[in-house]
Write a protein of this length. Structure first.
Length: 78
């Protein structure tokens, strides 16, 4: 199964590379996903993170956010 065909809601996510240095290292549980963003629950609060331009570590894999900029239901159809 390709990384882009997975369901990410409920998974642990970590931002491993970002043009915004304050996001690098941010981690939490994915509680929602849209076409362009992830919403994660961290220790402190919920945080919305743009997919495009960021690289994530999810389910033991490194995932380029720009490769998964589709709605979850569209991505799972592939």
């Amino acid at each position: 199964m390709k990384a882009h065909a997975e369901e990410y809601i409920g998974s642990m996510l970590e931002v491993v590379q970002s043009p915004n240095s304050s996001l690098t290292g941010l981690h939490g549980k994915v509680i929602n996903e849209t076409k362009y963003t992830f919403v994660i629950e961290t220790d402190k609060k919920e945080k919305r993170i743009m997919k495009k331009g960021n690289t994530f570590h999810i389910n033991g894999k490194e995932v380029q956010g720009s490769l998964i900029t589709k709605r979850p239901e569209e991505r799972l159809k592939l």
